[in-house]
Design a protein. Structure first.
Length: 216
């Protein structure tokens, strides 16, 4: 339910700043996105049904089911095939000999310990500032050409997909099964030494799962 809380908070801050876009498309990506949005609204209704009785959740949800809020929702979607929960990301779809060339190049240039402290993607000031750089060419066909912030720490490559304030999620390449940063709330393998991960410090955010490749 992470995105339910995150999008509500994000929407309350910025929803009025977006221009409404009513452009309709019928391609498969748009259809997948519409299905995700409807699933998302269903989950949000279930969450809001548990809200305090003095909170008008029906009015709130009606106001959110608009083209403007859809654009807020889209900010949390990497690609419809990746879902919207942090652990919906599929295994890499590219496995040929060149699939990891961009990752290998990034690591060769920047090393395996760009971020020497433990607060990966959650550092702002001074010596603890975020040391990430952009990476493209990740081994998923649908995002192969896109750029994302990436940083290495203790032999792991972390790639940031989406987040709001002190929430974040993405994928990580951990070829030697090193220990993940202690700031992560959850991680699990998805194949080819890749993992999905998440952290969240500004909302109720359950711990786990925290599962390494090869573990039961």
């Amino acid at each position: 339910m992470k995105h339910v809380y995150s999008a509500i908070a994000f929407c309350l801050v910025v929803v009025r700043t977006f221009a409404v876009d009513n452009t309709a498309t019928n391609n498969s990506s748009a259809a997948q996105e519409e299905q995700l949005f409807q699933r998302y609204m269903k989950e949000m209704r279930e969450v809001m049904a548990k809200a305090p009785t003095n909170f008008d959740s029906s009015s709130f949800l009606t106001n959110l089911d608009t083209p403007t809020f859809r654009r807020v929702f889209q900010r949390f979607i990497v690609d419809p095939s990746f879902g919207y929960h942090w652990d919906d990301v599929p295994a890499p779809t590219l496995v040929d000999s060149n699939a990891m060339s961009a990752v290998d190049s990034f690591v060769a240039t920047n090393g395996w310990n760009m971020q020497t402290n433990d607060c990966v993607f959650d550092c702002i000031f001074g010596n603890e500032a975020d040391k990430s750089k952009l990476i493209s060419g990740l081994p998923w066909a649908v995002i192969r050409e896109r750029q994302f912030p990436a940083v290495t720490h203790d032999g792991i490559l972390y790639v940031f997909f989406t987040g709001f304030h002190h929430d974040g999620e993405g994928v990580a390449y951990n070829p030697h099964t090193n220990a993940f940063s202690a700031t992560l709330d959850g991680f699990k393998p998805i194949g080819q030494h890749w993992y999905v991960w998440t952290f969240g410090h500004e909302e109720p955010h359950p711990l786990g799962p925290q599962k390494y490749e090869g573990s039961k």
